[in-house]
Design a protein around this ligand. Structure first.
Ligand SMILES: [Zn+2]
Length: 71
């Protein structure tokens, strides 16, 4: 089962979620295990976009490439 990395936009907590491909295709939206927020976004390793968040400043389009599984 693949592991997906998510980050909470509320408390900046980073966590991993294991889900089947079918579950992910249905639109996986895990809750933050720390604060319970549903404002979680997929985290792409190597990108430093977390630090410049101000609420909604996430650029989900960048960082996608071969093997990232988002297309
Ligand atoms: Zn949180």
């Amino acid at each position: 089962m693949p592991i997906y990395e998510y980050v909470c936009t509320e408390c900046k907590n980073r966590f991993e979620v294991s889900a089947t491909l079918a579950e992910k295709e249905k639109g996986l939206k895990p809750d933050c295990p720390r604060c319970g927020s549903k404002n979680t976004v997929r985290f792409f390793g190597g990108l430093n976009f977390i630090s410049r968040s101000g609420g909604g400043g996430f650029n989900m389009g960048s960082g996608c490439g071969p093997g990232c599984g988002c297309s």
